[in-house]
Ligand binder design. Sequence first.
Ligand code: HEC
Length: 120
Amino acid sequence: MKTQHYKLLMVSFFCLFAAKCTTTEIPLEEDPGPITTLVKYNTDVKTIIDNNCLNCHGTATPRIGGIPLFNYSQVREEAEFGTLINRMNSTINPMPQSGMLSAEKLAIIDQWKADGFLEN
Ligand code: HEC
């Protein structure tokens, strides 16, 4: 093999290698697909709130989170007129404070709003 060809081969290998290394593949979160049934507090929303918010928002006079979120009217009030949905979707100041919930859970909350904050 001529030196010229050899060099070319090496350069192409290098390019290939560099390209491989610099392509950052961000794994996409699995698309849960559209929600096709009506979203309701009792069947869909309550578990999300109970499991992720009640540590701090779980009593009538929460010492930590300020607002209580342990029943339908409290959660609806905060979702409809308060900052619940904004805070759950906030990248800088999310609720829960430990980080935003999965896109799937956030989509359920959004759909609950779209469906009119149904209770059951
Ligand atoms: C680890 C404790 C903790 C958890 C868990 C938590 N919060 Fe909070 N939350 C707080 C604290 C503390 C505040 C008050 C300070 C602030 O606004 O950041 C707050 C404030 C809020 C507010 C604003 C209240 C207002 O004064 O208008 C909303 C809405 C809220 N939280 C919703 C939620 C929701 C919904 C979840 C669950 C998805 C959740 N939080 C989980 C601690 C928590």
